[in-house]
Each structure stands twice: as structure tokens, then as C-alpha cells.
Design a protein around this ligand. Sequence first.
Ligand SMILES: [Ca+2]
Ligand SMILES: [Ca+2]
Ligand SMILES: [Ca+2]
Length: 266
Amino acid sequence: MLKLYFQPSSTKMQINELVAFGTKRVKYVLFLNFNVKNIKLTAFSFCRYTKLSDPANWLKIDPVNGQITTIALLDRESPNVKNNIYNATFLASDNGIPPMSGTGTLQIYLLDINDNAPQVLPQEAETCETPDPNSINITALDYDIDPNAGPFAFDLPLSPVTIKRNWTITRLNGDFAQLNLKIKFLEAGIYEVPIIITDSGNPPKSNISILRVKVCQCDSNGDCTDVDRIVGAGLGTGAIIAILLCIIILLSKYFHWFLDLNVFAS
Ligand SMILES: [Ca+2]
Ligand SMILES: [Ca+2]
Ligand SMILES: [Ca+2]
């Protein structure tokens, strides 16, 4: 019986993400030994290789010799990579009658490179016009993994000068920091505070990301008291009008019910 199969049928390899092209943009030969065995291969038989599955379209297989090369930068943070592993499958077919075929799987384990700078998280926050009792807890989002992510360093930029004059940042631990008002009073409004966050990679990556701070008038518990808070919480004007309409409808129904009761009572 004819038999065609990849030897081995599944292969794992390990490379750095992004390194595939390097600075010279040279194609990187991933794997040369995807040998196909055909126990009835004759002098006239030949084998052709094609891709079966390559979700991110990162690879190319030579149809004649089965050599697999990269055609793009491999990205460990791609949604097509699960647990650092990228899976691709290939098909080999011969010219027999009927043609026989076999599939081979290539698993590429991508080693992390520090190619993502941290960003502030959350991107929006709320605080009072006075420093007490509020402070804003922030952390950093970094798509890389340790040691290319935390611990992080948090800082404020020198420019514009109002930033360091109005705000102060305190590191709580490797992942968290606290932003506080430095001055005694800051008028209610929306402020864009640039935060410099640096990761622990070698070399480290640093980024300035914007924290949008809503400064508001607060009650004694430190809660915002202005109406805008509802808008700030994600409800648009339309939603607020809808809520008000519901309240009016409920009130009118209650009013009718109350009138009906009075009619029955009298
Ligand atoms: Ca990447
Ligand atoms: Ca990375
Ligand atoms: Ca990083």
C-alpha cells in the first residue's frame, strides 16, 4: 500500500520573535528536515509541498524542496499565538494515481523580545478638587512577559511645567503607583496627565501615555457630586433623557393608579 508521510509528522522549534528578518531582512530558514517518505517512490514520482494552515501568513514553503521560510516578522503578541506557540501545517502530495498525501505540523515556540512599551491603566480616572482624601491608583499594561514587563518605574514629564507643579506620583510597588494632587486646589474639569512608564526589559522600553483625569467637586466622603459624573461614567445624554422619560412614565402611571384608588374609595 502506498504511504506518504512527513518525517517527523510534528516538529517543534524555538526562535526569538522579530528576529526572523533581523536588520538585513534576510529570510530565515526555519526548518529543512521535513522529509517526506514514500515507500513506492519511483524515478518518475515527485512530491509537491503546499501550506494547509498558516493563520497569520508568516511562512512560505518551497513547493519542490519543502524548505520553509518566514515571509514576515513573527510576533509573540499576535492573537494567532497561543501560549507562545504558533502552529502551521503543511501538505505533501505525490503524482501517483491516485495521488497520496501526508500532513506535517510545525510548532514555533516564540521567545519574548521587549518590543512593547508599557501604557498607563486605567486611561481615565476621577479625583477631587483638593488633595484629600482622594488619590488615583494606576498600574501599567505591557503585552510582553517577564522580564520584559514589570516591575515598572512611573514618573511625570518635566514639560509642560504644570504637570509636575500640579501632580505628584508615588510608586507603591513594582506594578502600582499613586497619582495625587500636589497643589491645595485644582478647579474642576478634565485634565490630561502624561505619565512616563518604563518597563524592566533589557534594554528597557519607555512610553508616555495619557491619563485622563476628571477633577470634580466632592462631598465629605470624597465622592463626586456634580451631575457630569453620570456622563463621565459612560452614560450619554440620550441615555439620561431615556432614564428621565422612564421616571416620568412611572410617575404618571402611579398618579393614575392613585386616582383610580380614590375613585373606588369614594
Ligand atoms: Ca511582538
Ligand atoms: Ca514581546
Ligand atoms: Ca515591555
